[in-house]
Design a protein around this ligand. Structure first.
Ligand SMILES: [Zn+2]
Length: 155
């Protein structure tokens, strides 16, 4: 018996559909300068990023690879540094930046939409929802301890 399989839907597509259903309108082309958020709500000046659990160090799903640890740790730090820099730049240009772990789109989509909804009614200078709290390598060779400030590298 054959199974009817749904087409694999990318998390950003799932989020766009849910936001559209909730009445939000997004831009098809999501570029803001050289930065490419996953969803842009131009009317509310909101840029949304879905951070991949592995590539961006989700505290629930990031598992350090058994080999090539140094490479992966550096890659992770680079990614998180880029997340921080992009967020800061967009905020400086007057965008509100929302970041969610990719898994949240699959496990709590309604909650993600609620956060976006809430952001549209918050003043523009409200504290943004910054999701990269802490990244730590297992052996402590690299650590990022505070997403709001510069990443801290320990040796
Ligand atoms: Zn995750």
């Amino acid at each position: 018996m054959s199974r009817i399989r749904g087409t694999a839907t990318a998390p950003e597509e799932l989020l766009r559909k849910a936001l559209w259903a909730a009445g939000f309108r997004y831009n098809r082309d999501t570029r803001i300068g050289r930065i490419r958020p996953d969803v842009v709500l131009p009317k509310h000046h909101i840029a949304i990023f879905l951070d991949g659990c592995f590539w961006h160090g989700c505290p629930e799903h990031y598992v350090r690879p058994r080999s090539g640890g140094g490479f992966w740790a550096r890659k992770l730090v680079e990614n998180v540094e880029r997340d921080i820099a992009q967020t800061a730049r967009l905020e400086a240009e007057g965008w509100r930046v929302l970041r969610f772990w990719e898994h949240a789109v699959f496990t709590e989509l309604a909650g993600v939409v609620d956060v976006v909804s809430a952001a549209t009614s918050q003043p523009a200078d409200a504290e943004p929802d910054w999701r990269v709290w802490k990244v730590e390598a297992v052996d402590g060779e690299l650590a990022i301890t505070n997403g709001r400030s510069q990443p801290e590298l320990r040796s």
